[in-house]
Design a protein around this ligand. Structure first.
Ligand SMILES: [Zn+2]
Ligand SMILES: [Zn+2]
Length: 158
């Protein structure tokens, strides 16, 4: 298979397996999308918007405070990622699992007064999340209207 990029007087072509070329294509498109020096009108001419958005959703990772549950052993832990990541490695069993941009926001205020915002891959209707400061487990409940988890107090005050 071949991947070809061309303008009226320039042409770049590379051959490889379908998998390799797909990966390369996604990389190129996401580079173009996230290159702030390229203006919107240029972006649209290089990649059609739909596939560009698909790439954005697939390959753009998550960052910030994350609270994840290992799909293999069920171990739950929180950490902070400064740069976007697309997978995590379980601290307990070493399982490597995917993190998608569809992770659900969690907001809670612990009884110690500290507020936290996380993203989670957990999809239970409620679960406990320990306070990073004092270690108290805080029960959070999925709040459908806002599509996020909130602690019980927040839901009652809302
Ligand atoms: Zn695990
Ligand atoms: Zn606390």
């Amino acid at each position: 298979m071949k991947l070809t990029i061309s303008t009226s007087d320039r042409r770049f072509s590379i051959s490889g397996t379908e998998e390799q070329l797909k990966a390369l294509f996604c990389k190129l498109v996401s580079n173009i999308i996230f290159d702030k020096t390229v203006t919107i009108s240029q972006q649209i001419s290089v990649a059609d918007t739909q596939s560009a958005l698909a790439v954005k959703n697939q390959s753009f990772g998550v960052k910030g405070f994350l609270f994840v549950r290992c799909p293999k052993c069920g171990h739950e832990y929180g950490f902070c990622s400064k740069s976007p990541i697309t997978e995590a490695i379980c601290k307990e069993c070493g399982e490597k699992f995917l993190l998608t941009s569809k992770m659900t926001p969690v907001e809670f205020t612990c009884e110690c007064g500290h507020s936290f915002k996380y993203l989670t891959n957990i999809s239970d209707s409620e679960f406990d999340i320990p306070c990073l400061d004092c270690g108290t487990p805080n029960a959070v409940i999925f709040h459908k209207a806002d599509n996020q988890y909130k602690d019980v107090r927040r839901i009652h005050n809302a």
